[in-house]
Write a protein that binds this ligand. Structure first.
Ligand SMILES: [Zn+2]
Length: 721
C-alpha cells in the first residue's frame, strides 16, 4: 500500500472552497505555474463545456486550449512558498497595522518569585471615573454575540491613542492576543487599568497583554488592574508580571522578564450587585526613556506565531516528510484549526502502530501550554535517535491550538461562542463548537483503526505552582478492572524525569460532575485509558533546585521533551521502570490506607482505598503488545545483553559507538564535545536550555553507570566557564 493511501486525514473537506481570501492566497501560491496568455481558468473564456468552474485550467498547447485540473492547494494556508493565511477578527474589532513581535530569550539565572515585605499598599480608586481616561478600547459589548468576521477586523479608521503631548504613558492593545479595555490616569505616574472580559461574556478577566510607549526612565510608576474576579491568585504567591522592552531586546538581546515591586493582589470593594473584584498592583521603573514596552500575564504565543512555526516545518524538506499539516476545521471566525500527523511514513506492516494525541490552547489565555507544545514538537520533529524511535513507534495526532479565535482576540477562556470549549466535548453542535467537535470526531475515527495509547490536553493553572496532571480513574468500576494504579504510572514517570518542575503529589484522578464535558473525561469514556489534562502553573516551582523561581519558556519547553522521554519509559520493553513505578504506587497507597492522614502529602491517592489484588499485575499481558515488540526488536539490535533499566542508555551508547567506530566507553570530555557539537546546530532546541535541561540531554547518551546526574551538571557548568 502506498504511503499516501495509508495516511489518515480527518480534516473537514467541505471547507475553504468558498472563501475568497483563501482563493487570493492560492492564486499567489500557484502564480509560478501560470504563464500569462497560455493558462486561463475555464470560466474566463466562457467555454460552454466548463461553465463557471475555477477548478479546471485551460492551457494553450499546439494551437488549441487543453483543459486540466488545477493542482491541489498547498497545505491549506500553511504554505511553504506563499504567504500565511490572514487572521480573521470579529468585524467590529479594531486592529492596528503594526505587527507585534518579540525575541526569545532565557534569563541567565532563574528569576526568583516576589517575596512580600508586608509594606505593600492596596490602592483603591472609587472616584477614578472623574479622572483622565487615557485609553479606551471599543465597546466590548457592541454586539451580544458573534456576527461575522473580517481579515483585519474593523475597516473604519481607528481611534488614535490619546496623545497628551506630555509625559503621560500611551497604551495600546489592539493587536493579536492583546487585552486591555481602559486606562485611567489617577496620579502623575499612577494608572488604573481595566482588562476586557472574554468577548460576548462579562466574565473571565485574567489575561492581559498591552503595549506602553512614551516611557520615562528612573520614574517609579504604579499600575493597578482592578477588575479581576478570581479570589485566589498566584500573584499572592510570588508571581510577578512579565515585561518586555524593545530597547532591551535590540541592545542587549533581552526578552520577556519578570519585574515589579510592591506586588499585591487584593479584594478592592469596587464590585456591584454582589460581585467582587480583585486588584493586582505593582510598581516599576522603565529601563529606558522613549521605549516601546509590553506587559503580559504570561509569555505570549499568538496564532501567527503558530502559523510561522508550522510554515517552518512545511518548508523543511526533512521534517515535512514525517509531519503532515492539515486543517481539522474552521472556527466561527473562519480561522483554521490545524492538525498535525507525525509519524514515519507508514508501511502496510505497521498498520497496528498506536496513536498518541496531544492538544493545547483550548483556553486561549493559557499561553504556557503553547510553549510546552512547542517543546514537544521541537523534540519529536528533531533528529535524535529517541525522536526517530518515537516516530517509528507511534502516530502522533497533534492539535496545537484548539481555539485560534480566542487567541487572536485576547480572550482568556472562551471561544467566540462565548463558551468554554473544554466543557463542550459532549456537544453535538458542530457549528457552535467546531474545533472540539472535529477533534472528538477525529479521535473517534482514529480509534476505529488503531489503539490510542495516550491523550493529553495541555493547560495553564492560575492558582497552583508546578506542573501536574489530572487523570480520570477514581471509580470503583476501574478498580474492578485492575486499572486503578496503572493510570498513575505515566504521571509518576514524568515526576521522576523532571522532579524539579513536575509534581506527582499535585496530580488528581477523579471526575467531578462539572468536568464531564472536558476533553479528558470524554476521551476517557470513549476508551482511552491514559487520558490526561496537563496543567502548568503561570508562576513557577516549589521543587528541588527550581524552588522559588519562575518558569521561563525554556522550562516549559523542557516539559515537552520530558513528555517524550516518559513516553519512551512507559513503553520500554524492559518493564523494570514500569513495575518499579507500580510498586511505588502500591506502597504509597498502602501508606495512605493505613495512615488515612489529610496532610496533603499526596492528594492523588487520598480519595480511594486500594485493591492491591486487582491493581496491576493482571494487565501485564495486555502491555506486551506490538509497540513493545517493536521497541524490543530495536533495542535488542542495539545491545548484546539485557540489563536492568538501561534500555535508552544502551541504545544511545550503541549509536555513539557506531558514529565513532570505536568500542570505548566515553568519558566526560566526549560528552562535552557532543554537547558543543549539538550547540553548533542552529536548529537544536536545547541550545539555551537551563542546566537541568541540558543535564537531561547529557544523561541520554551516557553509557557509563559511574557518572551521575550532578557530575553532568558540573561538566556543563565547567564548559560554560
Ligand atoms: Zn485550561
Amino acid at each position: 500500500m502506498s504511503e499516501d493511501s495509508e495516511e489518515e486525514d480527518y480534516s473537514d473537506r467541505s471547507i475553504s472552497d468558498d472563501d475568497e481570501l483563501d482563493e487570493d492566497s492560492f492564486m499567489k501560491f500557484v502564480s509560478d505555474d501560470i504563464h500569462p496568455c497560455t493558462l486561463l481558468a475555464a470560466d474566463s473564456v466562457g467555454d460552454p463545456f466548463f461553465p463557471r468552474t475555477t477548478q479546471i485550467l485551460l492551457e494553450y498547447q499546439l494551437g488549441r486550449w487543453v483543459p486540466r485540473l488545477r493542482g491541489p492547494r498547498d497545505l491549506y494556508g500553511v504554505s511553504s512558498s506563499g504567504p500565511l493565511s490572514p487572521t480573521r477578527w470579529p468585524y467590529h474589532c479594531e486592529v492596528i497595522d503594526e505587527k507585534v513581535q518579540h525575541i526569545e530569550w532565557t534569563p541567565f539565572v532563574p528569576e526568583p518569585v516576589y517575596v512580600p515585605t508586608g509594606m505593600e499598599i492596596e490602592p483603591v480608586y472609587p472616584n477614578s471615573k472623574e479622572e483622565t481616561v487615557v485609553y479606551l478600547a471599543e465597546d466590548a459589548y457592541k454586539e451580544p454575540c458573534f456576527v461575522y468576521s473580517r481579515v483585519g477586523g474593523n475597516r473604519t479608521s481607528l481611534k488614535q491613542p490619546v496623545d497628551n503631548c506630555d509625559n503621560t504613558l500611551v497604551f495600546e492593545a489592539r493587536f493579536e492576543s492583546g487585552n486591555l479595555q481602559k486606562v485611567v490616569k489617577v496620579a502623575d505616574h499612577e494608572y488604573e487599568l481595566t482588562v476586557r472580559p472574554d468577548l460576548f461574556t462579562n466574565k473571565h478577566t485574567q489575561w492581559y497583554y498591552f503595549q506602553v510607549t512614551n516611557t520615562q526612565a528612573e520614574i517609579v510608576y504604579r499600575f493597578t488592574i482592578v477588575n479581576f474576579t478570581k479570589p485566589a491568585s498566584l500573584y499572592n504567591r510570588g508571581m510577578k508580571p512579565l515585561f518586555y522592552s524593545e530597547k532591551e531586546a535590540k541592545t542587549h538581546n533581552i526578552g520577556w522578564q519578570r519585574i515589579g515591586d510592591q506586588i499585591k493582589y487584593y479584594k478592592n470593594n469596587l464590585g456591584q450587585d454582589g460581585r467582587h473584584f480583585f486588584s493586582l498592583t505593582w510598581t516599576f521603573q522603565f529601563p529606558h526613556s522613549q521605549d516601546t514596552c509590553y506587559f503580559a500575564h504570561c509569555y505570549p504565543y499568538t496564532y501567527s506565531n503558530l502559523q510561522e512555526y508550522l510554515s517552518g516545518i512545511n518548508s523543511d524538506p526533512v521534517r515535512s516528510k514525517f509531519c503532515k499539516i492539515r486543517v481539522l476545521c474552521h472556527t466561527l471566525a473562519r480561522n483554521m484549526v490545524y492538525v498535525l500527523t507525525i509519524t514515519t511514513p507508514l508501511k502496510t506492516s505497521d498498520s497496528k502502530r498506536k496513536a498518541v494525541i496531544l492538544t493545547a490552547r483550548v483556553h486561549p489565555g493559557e499561553t504556557n501550554s503553547s510553549w510546552i507544545m512547542k517543546g514537544f514538537l521541537d523534540y519529536i520533529l528533531g533528529d535524535s535517535s529517541d525522536a526517530r524511535l518515537l516516530r517509528d513507534t507511534f502516530i502522533f495526532k497533534v492539535v496545537p491550538m484548539l481555539n485560534p479565535d480566542g487567541v487572536i482576540v485576547g480572550n482568556y477562556r472562551c471561544s467566540l461562542a462565548g463558551r468554554d470549549l473544554n466543557r463542550n466535548y459532549t456537544s453535538l453542535l458542530k457549528e457552535s463548537f467546531p474545533s472540539v467537535w472535529y477533534t472528538r470526531n477525529m479521535i473517534n475515527r482514529l480509534m476505529e483503526k488503531r489503539e490510542v495509547i495516550l491523550y493529553c490536553d495541555l493547560h495553564g493553572h492560575s492558582r497552583k505552582q508546578n506542573i501536574f496532571m489530572y487523570g480520570c480513574d477514581g471509580s470503583s468500576r476501574s478498580k474492578t478492572k485492575g486499572l486503578y494504579l496503572q493510570q498513575r504510572i505515566f504521571p509518576l514517570m514524568l515526576s521522576k524525569n523532571c522532579p524539579n518542575i513536575f509534581s506527582f503529589s499535585a496530580c488528581k484522578f477523579n471526575v467531578q460532575k462539572s468536568k464531564e464535558g472536558t476533553g479528558r473525561v470524554v476521551m476517557w469514556k470513549m476508551g482511552i485509558r491514559n487520558s490526561f489534562t496537563l496543567e502548568a502553573t503561570f508562576c513557577g516551582s516549589t521543587l528541588g533546585n527550581k524552588r522559588g523561581t519562575h518558569f521561563g519558556t525554556k522550562d516549559l519547553e523542557s516539559m515537552g521533551y520530558h513528555f517524550c522521554d516518559s513516553l519512551l519509559d512507559y513503553c520500554d520493553p524492559d518493564r523494570s521502570k514500569y513495575y518499579q513505578c507500580l510498586k511505588e504506587l502500591e506502597e504509597m497507597e498502602k501508606h495512605m490506607s493505613s495512615e488515612r492522614v489529610s496532610d496533603n502529602t499526596d492528594a492523588s491517592l487520598v480519595e480511594i482505598s486500594l485493591d492491591v489484588e486487582s491493581s496491576s499485575r493482571g494487565s501485564d499481558s495486555s502491555e506486551s503488545n506490538d509497540t513493545q515488540t517493536y521497541l524490543l526488536k530495536v533495542t535488542s539490535q542495539a545491545r548484546n545483553k539485557k540489563k536492568y533499566l538501561k534500555t535508552k542508555r544502551e541504545r544511545n551508547a550503541i549509536l555513539a559507538n557506531c558514529q565513532n567506530n570505536t568500542q570505548e566507553v566515553y568519558g566526560k570530555e566526549h560528552l562535552l564535545q557532543r554537547h558543543e557539537e549539538s550547540n553548533s546546530d542552529g536548529n537544536d532546541p536545547r541550545i539555551d536550555a537551563p542546566d537541568v535541561y541540558v543535564a537531561h540531554c547529557f544523561r541520554r547518551p551516557l553509557p557509563s553507570q559511574g557518572v551521575v546526574y550532578s557530575d553532568l551538571i558540573r561538566v556543563h557548568r565547567k564548559s560554560a566557564l
